[in-house]
Design a protein around this ligand. Sequence first.
Ligand code: FAD
Length: 389
Amino acid sequence: MRTQVVIVGAGPAGLLLGRLLEQRGIETLILERRSAEYVLGRIRAGVLEHGTRGLLNAAGVGARMEQEGLPHDGVALCFDGEQHRFDFHDLVGREVMVYGQTEVTRDLMDARAASGAATVYEAEDVAPRDFDGDRPRVSYRKDGVTHEVACDFIAGCDGFHGVCRQSPPASAVSSFERVYPFGWLGVLVDQPPVSPELIYANHARGFALCSMRSPTRSRYYLQCDAGTNVNTWSDERFWDELRRRLPSAAADALRTGPSLEKSIAPLRSFVAEPLRFGRLFLAGDAAHIVPPTGAKGLNLAVSDVAYLAEAFGEYYAERSEAGIDAYSARALRRVWKAERFSWWMTTMLHRFPEASAFDRRMQRAEFDYLSGSRAASQAMAENYTGLPM
Ligand SMILES: Cc1cc2nc3c(=O)[nH]c(=O)nc-3n(C[C@H](O)[C@H](O)[C@H](O)COP(=O)(O)OP(=O)(O)OC[C@H]3O[C@@H](n4cnc5c(N)ncnc54)[C@H](O)[C@@H]3O)c2cc1C
């Protein structure tokens, strides 16, 4: 078998890259370890930057997002019950779109199925090979039979635990990491959101976030200790704790119900450098992780593959390697800015076990400055709605 680009992973990065390359007339094969149903069942991100929305529309997969998504022109940040709204329209003239990652994934899967482009789900033992030369290959096993695909390029869109970042020699990859001493306990519930906009709360008992997926489906999070067992959190315990951490008006308005999903996500900042190893390229969570506080993970996966699609497009259209040579440095510049913003939001809004009284005052001062300064608010809004791609 032969194709132009083998994409490893059918998450948002892999599927969107496939779509953007298809628009440029470039043939791809996607190899995904899980089933399509499993990929669609993962409840993850929900906030799309202004640029991500534009890109999905340009890729021809934005129609349902425009119909069913919820444009948001602000968020609220709270500190010990005191609430401040950041008006994105007023501050930077932009907005974000609340539309679940599962829906983005479904739209991309439907578009790919309609185009007839090939995707192999439940591909086992995917292995990128010979990517340091100009004849890379990828082998995999499906239903007990081993296959090998020759290609021009391999795109590693296989997430944090994927095989692609592990494939170059360890000495060729530099990793930068911070693991936070807490996680997010998330609950999905079929109840209207407590507020039409997201509420981020820093409370003495820990961080809380009120988010949503639709006018009738809400997503709530609580900061929890690292290593917490999800089974120790009954729905009742979750709702009681959430009420304690929210400003009283929100706590009173909260509508609860049985959780549809409950899970814990660890918080980590991570970047691997570079993003290119010969003819193997990393994109999305395969290359970097942000704590979800700034809602940047999915959006970074989108900007990576937008750059990568441009680079491959340039290679095939003009036989120029300038784009693929520049990819790693170009993508990393944006990645590090999003890492900075996500780390800053996380640091300002969470309770750190080792924090001193001084550290707590610093958090309060940060909140007071941010909510009281138009310049600081604009910087926050600029980052939250998305830096230029
Ligand atoms: C629990 C959780 C909650 C999150 N919440 C938020 C949030 O609220 N906001 C936010 O912005 N971001 C959030 N994120 C981050 C966001 O979901 C990711 O940044 C986004 O999914 C990145 O897309 P991706 O395609 O790069 O990686 P993924 O979505 O991880 O996709 C990678 C794909 O590769 C496949 N794969 C892995 N290994 C192999 C292999 N060896 N062979 C073939 N296929 C393989 C995987 O099955 C997967 O389908 C969350 C992430 C997690 C894990």
